[in-house]
Every structure is written in structure tokens, then in C-alpha cells.
Design a binder for this molecule. Structure first.
Ligand SMILES: O=C1C[C@@](O)(C(=O)O)C[C@@H](O)[C@@H]1O
Length: 244
């Protein structure tokens, strides 16, 4: 599945229709990312579970053996407006978790406890990895708070603890990297961290060196501020590896 103790490049799929998703896959799959993320909040028929599961089959048929991460991102955490409520979202994730094409589920740590429990159970039952994530699109919280968020993800049953923040200074970027480095040594589960936007690009390029397991890159279209094309990211990683 994921390469542990190494960097994994993940490319999001953000199509609104089957055609757009297929077009993105045609562009992305030949680039051989380590992981594909279907950001299903962009899909306009998300309310129709039958269509979601059908599109999952389509993705499964063309993605070759690239592991698939399934994410429905809430609008408050940078996702698209949803026409399903939290209960429907959780039920959908439970169905998706049972699908053999899916390897990992991303769920937000701020979701209601009961839904978190149901998603955790679905991931465990179906042997899928669970990423519990937290996004701050306004700022970079104090370091102690960032550590507490990663710890909370672990306490709530995450297999991977993810934190994505918005830096307002280079000091914020350094703090995120420092928290990453410490968490990677001490938390006991893998961490995924990102500083978004141009200031944070360095974390997308080099965060893995400080202990972040996944970095998100553009294969077709970006899904968050500051993502860079997979080709550029691969070159950067290769260069650092060569001389480190
Ligand atoms: O949570 C994340 C990370 C991300 O927001 C980023 O900043 O690259 C991109 C999203 O697609 C993904 O679900």
C-alpha cells in the first residue's frame, strides 16, 4: 500500500462528472503517483450512492495498481459545498470503505464523535487505512496546539494523523516542520503535514525529509493552494535524495 518511512506522492482527482474524472485519470495514471485521491466532494452526483459506487468501479478499472484514497472534504475545511448531510456522508463512506478499489479513507477529526466511530469501524472491518485530518485555512496554530491535534487524531483511532495549515510567515513554516519532525519520532503513527500556499511550498517539496509521509501534487488539477506539478516535485525529491 503506502511506502512507510518514505515519501508518497498523492495526486487528487477533482472532476465534477464521470467524463471529467476519466479525463483526469488519463492524464494522471501515466505519471505513476504513489497514491490517487478521489476528492468526491467535487463530484456533482455525490448524493446518488449508486452513481458514486459506479464511478468508483470506473476509477478502479483504470487506476492500475495505484492505491486509492477516498475523501469527501467539508466546505469548512476547504472542500466543495455538499448537498448531503453528515449522516448521509457517513453512510456513503461506510459503503465506499467496503469497496475493494479503495485502500484509504480520509475523514475530518472535527466530524461528530458518532460518525467518527462509524467510519473508524468501517475502516477496521474492511482493512482500510484511516487518515484523520484537520485543516486550518486561516492560520498556523501554536505549536502545542498542532501537536495536540496530531495526538487527538491518534487517540481517535487514526492510522495516519494529518494536519494542513496556512502559514503567514516563514516562522510558521518552520514551526510546522519542527512539529512534524517531533511527531514523526514520538507519536507512534505516521504523520502527514502540509503548509498551504506559496509560503508553504517548501513543505510540499521537503516535508517528507522532516517526517511527513504524503505530499500532494498536481497530476491534472490542483485541489489546494500551493500544490505543484508532480513532475517538478519528483525532480526536487530526486535532487535532495542524491545529495542528502
Ligand atoms: O487534505 C488534503 C491535502 C490538501 O488539502 C493539500 O493541501 O494538498 C489537498 C487535498 O486534496 C487533500 O485532501
Amino acid at each position: 500500500m503506502l511506502k512507510n518511512n518514505d515519501v508518497n506522492i498523492c495526486t487528487p482527482i477533482i472532476g465534477q462528472s464521470i467524463e471529467e474524472v476519466k479525463e483526469e485519470l488519463r492524464a494522471i495514471v501515466p505519471k505513476e503517483p504513489d497514491l490517487l485521491e478521489w476528492r468526491a466532494d467535487y463530484y456533482r452526483n455525490l448524493a446518488d450512492t449508486t452513481q458514486v459506487l459506479a464511478l468508483l468501479e470506473t476509477i478502479g478499472d483504470v487506476k492500475k495498481d495505484i492505491p486509492l484514497l477516498f475523501t469527501i472534504r467539508d466546505q469548512s475545511e476547504g472542500g466543495e459545498p455538499l448537498d448531503i448531510d453528515d449522516a448521509h456522508k457517513t453512510e456513503l463512506i461506510e459503503r465506499v470503505a467496503a469497496n475493494s478499489h479503495v485502500a484509504l479513507i480520509d475523514f475530518e477529526i472535527r466530524q461528530p464523535e458518532e460518525h467518527l466511530r462509524l467510519v473508524r469501524e468501517a475502516a477496521t472491518t474492511n482493512n482500510k487505512g484511516l487518515i484523520l485530518s484537520y485543516h486550518d485555512f486561516d492560520s498556523t496554530p501554536p505549536s502545542e496546539e498542532m501537536k495536540a491535534i496530531l495526538q487527538e487524531a491518534k487517540d481517535k483511532g487514526a492510522d495516519y494523523a494529518k494536519l494542513s495549515v496556512t502559514p503567514e510567515s516563514k516562522q510558521d513554516v518552520l514551526r510546522l516542520l519542527s512539529v512534524t519532525e517531533e511527531a514523526e519520532r514520538t507519536l507512534g503513527i505516521p504523520v502527514i503535514t502540509i503548509a498551504m500556499g506559496g509560503l508553504g511550498t517548501v513543505t510540499r517539496m521537503f516535508g517528507w525529509y522532516f517526517g511527513s509521509l504524503i505530499t500532494y501534487a498536481v497530476g491534472g488539477y490542483p485541489s489546494a493552494p500551493g500544490q505543484i506539478p508532480i513532475e517538478d516535485l519528483e525532480k526536487t525529491i530526486t535532487h535532495l535524495r542524491k545529495y542528502q
